[in-house]
Design a protein around this ligand. Sequence first.
Ligand SMILES: [Fe+2]
Length: 409
Amino acid sequence: MTLDDFHPLFHARTFAIIQPESRADMIAALRSLAGRIDAEWKGAGYEPADLPAIASRVLAESRPDREYDLGALADWTLTTPDLPDACNPFGPLGPPAFTVWSNPHFYVNVYVYTTPEVVVHDHDFSGAFMNLSGVTIHCTYRFEGDAIDETVHAGALELKGIEAISEGRVRAIEAGERFIHQVWHISQPTVVLVVRTPPLTPSPRQFQYLRPSIATQVFRNDSLAVGYPERFAYTRKMAECLRTSSAGIDYVKQLVRGERPWDAVWHLMENSRYLRNAGALEEVIALGAKHQGEWFGAMTNAGADYDVFTSIKWPGVVLARDRIVLASLISFRTWGPIRKSLEALLPGVDARAQVVETLGSLVDAGAIALDLRPEVRPLLADALGDDAAPDPKLDAVRQQPLLLPLFSP
Ligand SMILES: [Fe+2]
């Protein structure tokens, strides 16, 4: 028996054979939920700031997770003659997103995730969400910073809380930087119901946050999917052409030196691997700090967790406990809080042994690319003990980006 079998929080959802007459229940339940929210919110004057509390209360009372049925959603996609006006914030390449009900004031969306989300972000809308099926590790953040211009803020991003959200739990979404989060979807799939307004633009705008200290505005195209400023869309593709040779270094230098702060940040992000391999990353960041301002120096670390995240083959990380270990390794900077969070999220589990077991099994399965040969795994477990001095045989192991937090005091 594995941990995933017996831990109540991470129980596998049973997919019972569903009778045809029950299939309409989830969609009917969501429609009636939408009608109730609409009536109450209309009575309050459709003020965006009132929606989080109203939607949270109605969600908590009506518990649509109890009617969860992916088959009903599948039937609905086949039989609905007129689909509602949709709000899909992920675009055609993102996770499945279905607007099952909408009116000019708000949308009722169902998102089906099979992998966690890499982006720490705030919202340009208000509303609430509930997991209909599966577990999410929910990290919330606070950001203190100053505006470099309208689209870039620089300051400090700090992890505020980490919690496991299981089915039926509701969280309000407040627009703006008072609610910043990252969602690690643990179950495959994790199905989330989101009740939300359209974008409340021009204010507040949505930002995504690059650890440790930079926030950049999220641009969206006409269909609300994530997009780019027009000029950036051209220059990033030009950089892509030039990355086939060392000619790209000079081009990226010009971009980082002369473009607007937002563009400079994202050109650096998109080209950091190329620049690092060419030995030019430090020089380009220094150039950016000289021309954009000192804040640009933080770009040294800004892409690190993206690189680590995208190096993981998430579909191959199946067990809940393995996803939780990886989420903790990427969310925290040091071993102490990683151990604490694992002890809280996986009660009764020895955090040290679990980290080594997770890393070893994922390396063996080819889901993560780490140099962690079987003979050094016991040494890693020893090194995570209290007051242990790491064995010199771990010197190469501890330099790897995913493992750096384990060795940081
Ligand atoms: Fe969000």
